[in-house]
Each structure stands twice: as structure tokens, then as C-alpha cells.
Design a protein around this ligand. Sequence first.
Ligand SMILES: C[S@@+](CC[C@H](N)C(=O)[O-])C[C@H]1O[C@@H](n2cnc3c(N)ncnc32)[C@H](O)[C@@H]1O
Length: 516
Amino acid sequence: MSTRPGGQAAPPGPAVQAGEEVTLTITQLAPSGLGLGQRSEVCFLVPFALPGEEVVAGVERVSRARHRRRSGQPRPATPRWEATARVVSIVKSSPDRAVPACRHFGSCGGCAWQHQAYRAQLERKRALVRSALLQVLREATVPPDLVEPVIPSLAEWHYRNKLELTFSPGGRPGFHRRGSFKSLIEVEECHLATPEMVKAARVVGDWAVAHGLPGYDKAKNQGFLRHLVVRQAYHTEELMVALETFPPSVLRSREPGDPGEAGSGQATAGGDDEGQSTLPFAGDLVERLRACLPQLTSLLWLSNPSPSDVVKVEGSRLQVLYGREFIEERLAGLTFRLELPTFFQTNTRQAETLLYLAREALAADARPTDLLFDLYCGVGTFGLALARGLRLVVGIELVESAVAAASANAARNGIDNVVFLAGEVRRVFDQAVARFGPPDLILLDPPRAGAGSKVIRRLGRAEPRRIVYVSCNPHSLAADLAELLPAGYHITRVQPVDLFPHTDHVETVVTLTRSH
Ligand SMILES: C[S@@+](CC[C@H](N)C(=O)[O-])C[C@H]1O[C@@H](n2cnc3c(N)ncnc32)[C@H](O)[C@@H]1O
């Protein structure tokens, strides 16, 4: 052991160094496809190694362990060091190992679990929900069979109805590289999206490259093309392609004859503000997309001057270049209008499974006089599907355009016993109770952060007979349940549903009944 000046012993360093190779047994799976293994005081984080596998791992970096919770997964012990490593070779392979379908797997940030058989993914998701609940609830509240086996996705591949891509400086849309917001992988294939969505992304990339339209280069703070959103409805097959750019004036510094100056192939947007309202070569884009995608229903152009990194409709100029501003999707026999910013469950057929589960959970105890609150209602998906047979549904949603869409969806489907209110649930809940009375039933489907104490306390005080909690994050779900149960509720069912095969995401529907 080395000594410091003054004779004091320096603490021992890590037992491994970057560049070394070690043979390891993987004991756990952490989020993002990280396999965890431990040797003496070092925890190894090895992407795409599976529990039970013995691997030779090449150490890339060693640092002091941060002891952060990786979505609550406990580490094998309390290691002092953390080593990131890559699989050099697999000595003993797991029976769960599968051959990834996608050539981008491993480098693309999109999916992390393609290397596991689907059956194993489902088992792990069930265990993940149970372990999240056990972190905050007593064991007696979470008996081994409380969490049901995960309902598999009806489609294991091509289930996504929406892709949001970022343009590379070269002008092709791509996915973020794993672990990086700066670096992109240009889309050659994606097995989660529909073939039409992938084709649309390729056609837009070919169009941009053919006309020399540059993607935004963050490092140089220059470029024109920003994001591409592609959306396809499962039942109607209608396709939306939305291109987000900076205003065309950013191209003006280019040579005469370049896209910012040229008129060839441009759509006639009819604007007069010095070319701000004309997408260069829009006519050619329409032609290219229509030639190979008969499903194209909506081609939109969003000109966004703000430097924000996300697709932003507010404050941007939206133009319809072809078709209409929305596509339509059907869900559980109802028709929904999906505009560019509309939140909609990403896996349409599994969204139907969620609706059926919610209906089943409430129907067991629903009466024609009942009032249902649909909290975090989005465009009204749950409330509208559940309204029949109830006196009234009151939906609460933060985003005003979603509230307007929910009301339009109600009218479109001839449902008149629903009211949608805009605002934060924690602020609007009490007003809704004052106006319509306390709810008999509540369905809540909050964002990943969960509902939080302020909302949960209000739910408890309102004393609904039954609560259905739809969650996309087992950890925030567990925290909310821990507060809700003492308010007089018990869990009658915990049903995970897989909406996102080949990723570590899981949706859970929990039914709670009032005990006293
Ligand atoms: C997981 S989505 C569920 C949407 C809807 N239930 C559905 O299935 O389409 C969560 C919704 O909560 C909304 N939201 C987020 N924070 C909110 C808040 N504090 N109050 C009300 N709504 C909120 C989001 O805009 C989003 O529409």
C-alpha cells in the first residue's frame, strides 16, 4: 500500500484498470440493457450482457461508484468502484439470448432489449414491476402472485405508430446514438416502426440530399432541417409526415441558385414575407412521397425559429403541404383525430388492451348514476371509451389543444355525457368536485413522474369506490400507491401490459377498491 506524506496510508485504488480484460458472471439487468456483475469492490456495467452469462469484459473506464439508484435496482453489494466495460466474448451464454433483428441494435438509442428472447423480456418486466412495488410497500401487500404475468404485445415488431427523428448535418433523418444526444445514426431500418414510416424517412432524406438541404449542425450552430415526425394510424393506415426546419431565411447566405434562392420545384405557399413562408423544393417532396406511399394523408411543414431541441408547434408556423392537418385512428370502435402535437399511445393495438382492461376493472362496479373522473386524459382516449353506461365523465388535462381535441373527439363519436377541463390535475380537481360532485370512479394515467402527493391526497379525500391507475413507470406508481393505500384502498389487481417490446418500458394497470 502506498503512503501519503506524513506516513498516512493512501486508500487502496480499484482492483482493475481501463484496458484490462476480466472474466465475469452477470447477476442482474439494469435499465438500458446494462448487465451488472461484481468482483471484489468493483461493480461492472456491461451493455448487452445477460444475467447468468459468463463474459470476458474489456474495461473501458473505472470511477468511484456513485451509488445512484438505477431505477431502483439494488446493486449486488455496495461496491466502491464502478467499471464500464464491453463484452469481448461470451464464455457461457444465457438461454434467453436472441439474435437482434436490427443492424442498428447496440449503437441506436431506440431499443435496448433485442438481444433477449421476447418470452424472457416479459418475465423480466413482471419482475421489474414487483421489485418496484416491494421497494416501498410491505411484503404482505405484494404477495408473490399479486403481479400478473405481462400481457404480451399483439405485435412483437412494427408496433410503433410514431417516430421522431433528428436530421444529421448531411440532411438525413436519424436516431440518437446510444448514450449521446449529439451523435446520430441515419435511418436505414427500424423494426419497431411500420415499413411505411421507415420508407417515408428514407424518401425525405433522399429529397434533402438531392437538393443539398443541410441538417442542423449543433456544434456549428448552422443548418436548416431539424426534425422529422412520422406517424401512421394502425386501423386506417393513414400516414402523417411532418418536417420541422428553421425559417428558410437561414439558407439565404448560400450562393445564388442554391435552395434558399431558387424557385424550382417549390410549393406555392402564398406568403410574401421574403421567402419565409415557402419550403424550398416542397413540390418535389410531395411528388416523391406520393409516388411510393399511397397512405400519405398529411404532409406538414413546421418552420420553427426558436433554438429549442424538441419539435415545437406553439410559436412555429405550420403549413399543410399536402392533404389535411390530421390523420384519423380508430380505437375500441371510436374515431380519434390525431394532429401533429396530439399525445396518443404509441402502440395502438396495445392501447386497446389497456382500454379493455380499464373497462373490465370499472364495469365490475359501475352504475348508470356514476360519475367518472378521467385524470391526465389527453385527447380523451379512456374517458370516451368508458362513457357508455355512466352518468358523466369529467376529463382533466394540462394541454389545451388536447382538451380541444378531446371535445372534438366526443362530438365526432356522438358522445355527449363527457366534459373536458384544461389545467393541472392538482389545481382543477377540487374545482371539478365542487362543480360536478365527488367522483364515484377515477381513472388516472399520469406522465412518467406519477401523480404525486398533492393529487393522491385529493383522490383519497374524494373517496371514489374504485380507482384504476394506468402507469408507464413502476417506480412512480409504487410511490403513489404507498400514499393511496393508507387512505383506505386495497389493490385488487396489478396487470402489466407490454406496449414496448424490445425496450425496458412496461405499462401497468392497477385496480384499487375502497376498503372502508
Ligand atoms: C401518459 S399521457 C396519458 C394520456 C391519455 N390518458 C391517453 O391515454 O392518451 C399523460 C397526459 O397527462 C398530461 N399531463 C401532464 N402533466 C399534467 C398535469 N399536471 N395535469 C394534467 N395533465 C397533465 C399530458 O399532457 C398527457 O396528455
